[in-house]
Design a protein around this ligand. Structure first.
Ligand SMILES: [Ca+2]
Length: 353
């Protein structure tokens, strides 16, 4: 992904038609968002240049879209306190690892059995994990997000990570997402002002960011359109493709509960990086895994705040791959545990495990 942040703001157009300004003003009056015109924002000039110079967009068209994009205070608030940060594990778990979500997952599984079987064969990714991702992300398509993606990405790139929490790498990331949103909309012949998603700009059943949508979404029902907006078949293929491209290993374990008698070293704990230690190393440090796996398996230790005390777990390579979807240990653990809950339900009913 190339860096298009530039140091100059040359070529920046500032004039908008009177009609557009009037319409923008009216739109703002009737919106809960604060009045902001991103075409006038100091960060916009370099972005517009990139869209024009690198992607041959019409300058006035890009400025018009940015003029309609609105700063959303609720996004700034949500970004400051995401559930993964704010809630301890035992509360976070109650949102995602529930009987209701498992039952809905099993319904989704039943309705899409043939597609899931095809995806398992083709991509080597467990159906339980694919279903669980779609369940945790959007409750099986029920909640794909109600923010305009262009509002989310301009708010995050141009304001939140520029001023509120100044972080150049995140600002760059969200500016690249904005670039990809406009490219995606053009490729799909859609109006970028109409595309909806989460407060972070994630879209559709699998909550793909715009660059992931362009890189990993697949047309899995063969109608010529990779549609994760509304099509569960394409969503399943796309999630499976994402996992396989990020290194999922077929039929390999994800994680195991572990016990430890001493106080564990903080080193490497809860680090969602590609694991370099082995299970054998962790056993030597005093971890006692509940399930047995090959001692040379790559592994890393995790701790979770339970209602009473601390739970220890060992994440294996595939746990890290779940983290490539969202790099927080609580997120990946929720996906894993929901997948196990569904798998156990199937075992109980089919007696086929
Ligand atoms: Ca399709």
């Amino acid at each position: 992904m190339k860096n298009f942040i530039r140091t100059t703001l040359t070529g920046r157009a500032t004039l908008l038609s009177a009609t557009l300004v009037a319409t923008t003003f009216l739109a703002s009056v009737f919106s809960t968002a604060s009045l902001a015109d991103y075409s006038e924002h100091p960060e916009a000039g370099a972005f517009v240049d990139t869209m024009v110079d690198d992607h041959q967009f019409d300058r006035q068209q890009v400025l018009t879209w940015l003029a309609y994009a609105q700063h959303q205070k609720s996004i700034v608030k949500a970004m400051s306190r995401p559930a993964e940060k704010a809630k301890p594990w035992h509360e976070y778990r109650k949102i995602f690892v529930t009987e209701t979500r498992a039952n809905r997952g099993l319904e989704f599984w039943k309705e899409n059995r043939a597609t899931l079987e095809k995806a398992e064969l083709e991509f080597g990714v467990d159906a339980a994990i694919i279903v669980s991702i779609i369940g945790v992300e959007t409750n099986y398509g029920r909640n794909t997000g109600s923010y305009k993606v262009i509002d989310a990405l301009t708010t995050l790139a141009f304001d939140y990570y520029t001023y509120t929490e100044k972080r150049e790498s995140r600002k760059r990331f969200f500016t690249i997402q904005l670039e990809n949103l406009l490219l995606l909309a053009r490729e799909q012949n859609q109006d970028p002002l109409e595309l909806k998603g989460s407060y972070a700009g994630a879209m559709g059943w699998g909550q793909f960011m715009p660059n992931s949508y362009r890189d990993y979404a697949v047309d899995y029902d063969g109608d010529g359109f990779a549609d994760i907006w509304t099509n569960p078949t394409d969503a399943i293929g796309s999630v499976a493709n994402y996992f396989t491209k990020h290194g999922w290993k077929k039929d390999q374990p994800v994680a195991t509960r572990a016990y430890i008698e001493t106080t564990p070293s903080k080193e490497g704990l809860n680090k969602m990086k590609r694991p370099t230690a082995t299970l054998g190393d962790l056993i030597a440090q005093g971890y006692k895994p509940v399930e047995e796996f090959a001692p040379d398996s790559k592994a890393f230790p995790m701790s979770f705040k339970a209602k009473y005390g601390t739970e220890y777990w060992i994440g294996l390579h595939n746990f890290y791959v779940i983290g490539r979807y969202n790099p927080r240990t609580k997120y990946a653990m929720a996906v894993y545990q929901l997948s196990e809950l569904m798998r156990n339900r199937i075992c109980e009913s089919d007696q086929n495990c």
